[in-house]
Design a protein around this ligand. Sequence first.
Ligand SMILES: CCCCCCCCCCCC[C@H](C)C(=O)SCCNC(=O)CCNC(=O)[C@H](O)C(C)(C)COP(=O)(O)OP(=O)(O)OC[C@H]1O[C@@H](n2cnc3c(N)ncnc32)[C@H](O)[C@@H]1OP(=O)(O)O
Length: 401
Amino acid sequence: MHRASSDLSPTREQSFPPIMALAGVRVIELAGLAPAPFCGMILADFGAKVIRVDRTRAGTSLDTQARGKRSVAINLKTAEGVALLKKLCVQSDVVLEPYRRGVMEKLGLGPQELLKENPGLIYARLTGYGQSGSYASAAGHDINYLAMSGLLSRLGRSGEKPYAPLNLIADFAGGGLSCALGIVLALLERTKSGRGQVIDASMVEGAAYVGSFAWKSRSIGMWDRPRGENMLDSGAPFYDTYETADGKYVAVGAIEPQFYAQLLQGLDLDPGSLPPQMKVTDWPELRRIFSQRFASKTQEDWSRVFDGTDACVTPVLSFEQVSSHPHNRERASFLTDAEGEESPRPAPVLSRTPAEPSLASDPAIGEHTVEVLNEFGFRSEDIEHMISHGVVGSDAVRAKL
Ligand SMILES: CCCCCCCCCCCC[C@H](C)C(=O)SCCNC(=O)CCNC(=O)[C@H](O)C(C)(C)COP(=O)(O)OP(=O)(O)OC[C@H]1O[C@@H](n2cnc3c(N)ncnc32)[C@H](O)[C@@H]1OP(=O)(O)O
C-alpha cells in the first residue's frame, strides 16, 4: 500500500530542499463536473499525485481544473475495468468520487469493499445532498445546493429575486474546498490512528457551513431587514459597488467610522452636510450622493485618490486587469501556464513548503494510462490486452509527446 503518513507527521525533520506539503500522497479522482476537479487540483497543487480516471469514450475532457493531474481512461462498464480501478484504489491514499449516491456501490467499489482491502484508504464522497436523506439520490447543481443551504434566500438586491453568485459557494467553497479540507484532516488523523475513513461531503452542508457567519450573526441583528437591505448585502451605501465615469466600477467597504471618514474625505464630501452613516432610512439618499460623486471620475482617477488611504475603496478589476495591478503583480498572485493562460496561483502560501503548481498543459484523456499502469506494476502485455479489449483507453499521441 502506498502510504504517506510519514510525510504528514508533525515531528518529522524537514528535509532539504523542501518538499510540498502533500508530496507522497496518491489520489484517485473519478472525473466529475466542477467541484471534485477543483478538489483534485488543490491536492495536486500542494504536491499530491492525482490520477484522474476518465471514461474511455469521453472525447475531450471538460475538466478545466486539471492542473498537475494525470489521466487514465478506464471503461467502468466492463468487469475488467472495475477490477482495474479497484486495484488502483487499494494502492492509493485517497479516492475522490463525485457520483450520485449508490453508483460506486453498484460497481462493487463502495467504501466497505475498498476499506476492507486498504484500511488506510481515505474515501471522499463529494455530492450535492450527501449520502443520506430523501434528496440524496437526486440530480442537482450549485444553485440547488445553495438554495437548500438557506444562503441563497439572503443573496440578491432589494426588490429582486435571489441571485446565485456564479457557482462559487456550493460547488467550490462548500464543495471542492471543504472536501479538500476533509481529506487533509483525514490524512493528518491517519498519522495517529493508521486508519482511513469515509468523508461524506455534502455541498448543501458545506455551503451552509461556509455561511456560518450569516447564520450566527443573526443574533446581533445583522440580517433583520429584508434581502438586499442590510449592511453587507448591498443595503448600505458604504458597502457597495459604484459605476465610474469610464463605465467601470469601484468597490466600497468603508464600515468602521474612521474608515468611513476617509471615504467621505476622498469623495470631497462634508460629513456635516450628510445624514449619519448608520441611519438606515437615509441610506437611499446617501447612495444617490455617492453614486453621483463616483460617476464624476474614472476608475483610475479613483485609485489615485484612494490608494494609500484606509477608505477601503478598490477598483473592481476585470480578469484582464487583475494580474497587472501593482499589488497582485508584486505578489505574483497570478500565473501563466504553458499555453499562455492566466489563472490564480494556489492559496494560501506556505512559508517552507509552498505549492508548486504545474505549468504544463492539461492532460488529454488517457494520456497517462500506460505510464500509470506501469507504475502500479502492470505488465506491458496486460496493458496491451486491456487496450485492445477496450478496458482502458490510451491517448498514444499525447503520451509520446
Ligand atoms: C450542452 C451541454 C454541455 C455541458 C457542458 C458542461 C460544462 C461544465 C459546466 C460545469 C457546471 C457546474 C455545475 C453548475 C455544477 O453545479 S456541477 C455539480 C454537480 N453535482 C454534483 O457533482 C453532485 C454529485 N453528482 C451527482 O449528483 C451526479 O453525478 C450528477 C452531477 C447529477 C450527474 O448525474 P448522472 O449524469 O446521472 O451521473 P451519475 O448518476 O453520477 O452516474 C454516473 C454514471 O457514469 C458511470 N461512469 C462513471 N465513470 C465511468 C467510466 N470511467 N466509464 C464508464 N462509466 C462510467 C457510472 O457507472 C454511472 O453509471 P450508472 O450507474 O448511471 O449506470
